[in-house]
Design a protein around this ligand. Structure first.
Ligand code: GDP
Ligand code: GDP
Length: 438
């Protein structure tokens, strides 16, 4: 299910990262072997009441000079407008209203995105409330006082945030068309791939605006079937600062991945696979989306009979956390193998939504246990009672055991491999929950 995206925007030092940490603290789902997820916290999963959303912090590095603060804030605001369902505009009661706040408020107001004006550092309502009223002058509604440092007012703020989320029945879930996000570093060929695919279809249906976003999704018909390509390449504004550019491309990827069924992770064959690719791919992995690794610009490298093998080894090494993803070697320039992407997309979606009968799963588990004894600790041995699939997208299994502590990651991995041997599940991660039953 696709989760709404909430973005925090605000001047340096108003407390964006403090708010981010306060909301994400303890709720961040950390996939230990995914690169980048723990290191820089650009995005996190947050849940409030029965709603879940992805929180992103648009603020990156400290600007070196005062005059670039405004331009940087504008870029952050634009990213938020492009990618978020709800924007938290954070201000600071201690510094009061400053000119840059008003300028950014103007920009946000024009965007038609829901914006919540949050006034931070209200550590004492008694003392600071009179100063909060000044923020009405921004003209973006009622200021919500919070203290991120002492976690005051956050619940009321979250109540407001979730009011703007689409209700279940209004969401894009109804849409049966496969939704495909093309992600990857700048210049790997994302737009070229979309353009080539567009060029090869007979009928161009229409460019439809995303129902919840300003981003333009591209509808492509292949073999009489419609696919929606979610554009992340759209951003042509280039930040001069490398760290900012990377941050923004991650935020864009997060938002596109969130809305997609299948993700095409594009890598530049000429440049080779890099750590930055791993970070971006990690987003799709962690979100449990279907993934196809697309090595583009295959026309531009010198090849011999070993090239593909060597490439595969390198991709598998750097993206070792997603061995289940298929790799395709394509060229947006010549069109080589691009058409095959559609079959692959269909297959990955089928795997994402595949359900395995409980009886069959338990047979596999029993056989697996017989072949390799479960781990034990201090004389107590792990017993596996029962396995069942509880959901899809990604396929998710619950295993009932005698003692959770005894269920090592490596044994879960072993069972996962057995399930994959039987059913493939190519292109999708599998999730396992371990429950105790005495
Ligand atoms: P960012 O640059 O917007 O990400 O701001 P930070 O989160 O780094 O916070 C800037 C400074 O404000 C830090 O020294 C924080 O400790 C402080 N700060 C953040 N939130 C609060 C708050 O609610 N109350 C007070 N008194 N200080 C805060
Ligand atoms: P994006 O930033 O990921 O959308 O990348 P673009 O689609 O703008 O492509 C970046 C550059 O790579 C452009 O100069 C393209 O012409 C080039 N490019 C894209 N695909 C291919 C390809 O398959 N082969 C070669 N040789 N160049 C490509």
């Amino acid at each position: 299910m696709s989760k709404p995206v909430v973005a925090i925007v605000g001047r340096p030092n108003v407390g964006k990262s403090t708010l981010f940490n306060a909301l994400a603290g303890g709720m961040i789902s950390i996939v230990k072997d995914t690169p980048g997820v723990t290191r820089d916290r650009i995005y996190a999963d947050v849940s409030w009441l029965d709603r879940e959303f992805t929180l992103v912090d648009t603020g990156g590095i400290e600007p070196e000079s005062k005059d670039i603060i405004l331009s940087q804030m504008r870029e952050q605001a634009q990213i938020a407008i492009d990618t978020a369902d709800v924007i938290l505009f954070l201000t600071d009661v201690r510094q009061g209203l400053v000119d840059a706040d008003s300028k950014v408020a103007d920009m946000l107001r024009r965007s038609a995105k829901p914006v919540l004006l949050v006034v931070n550092k209200v550590d004492s309502f008694e003392k600071y409330m009179p100063d909060v009223y000044e923020f009405y002058n921004l003209g973006i509604g009622e200021p919500l006082p919070v203290s991120s440092a002492s976690r005051l007012g956050l619940g009321d703020m979250l109540d407001e945030v979730i009011k703007y989320f689409p209700k279940g029945e209004e969401s894009e879930e109804e849409d049966e068309r496969p939704r495909v996000a093309i992600i990857g570093k700048p210049n790997v060929g994302k737009s070229s791939i979309i353009n080539k695919l567009l060029g090869e279809q007979r009928v161009i249906v229409s460019d439809i605006a995303g129902t919840t976003r300003d981003a333009i999704d591209t509808d492509i018909v292949y073999n009489g079937k419609e696919y929606v390509f979610i554009d992340t390449a759209g951003l042509r504004r280039k930040s001069k600062i490398k760290e900012e550019l990377e941050r923004y491309s991650i935020i864009r990827a997060v938002s596109a991945v969130e809305r997609a069924d299948v993700v095409l992770m594009v890598i530049d064959a000429v440049e080779g696979v890099t750590e930055q690719d791993a970070k971006i791919a990690g987003i799709a992995h962690e979100r449990g989306k279907g993934i196809i690794i697309v090595v583009n610009k295959w026309d531009a490298i010198e090849k011999n009979d070993k090239t593909m093998r060597e490439y595969e080894n390198e991709v598998r090494r750097v993206l070792s956390f997603m061995p289940y993803a298929e790799i395709m070697y394509v060229s947006a320039h010549t069109g080589q193998r691009l058409i095959k992407l559609y079959d692959m997309i269909d297959m990955v979606i089928a795997n994402q939504t595949m359900r395995v009968a409980t009886g069959v799963l338990n047979e596999i588990m029993t056989e697996a246990v017989a072949m390799q004894q479960p781990p034990s600790d201090k004389g107590k041995r792990l017993k596996l009672y029962y396995i069942t699939q509880v959901s899809v997208k990604p396929p998710t299994f619950v295993i009932f055991v005698n003692d959770k502590e005894l269920m090592h990651f490596s044994y879960t991995r072993y069972l996962e491999n057995k399930i994959r041997e039987a059913f493939g599940f190519c292109g999708t991660s599998l999730k396992f929950f371990i429950r105790e039953r005495k």
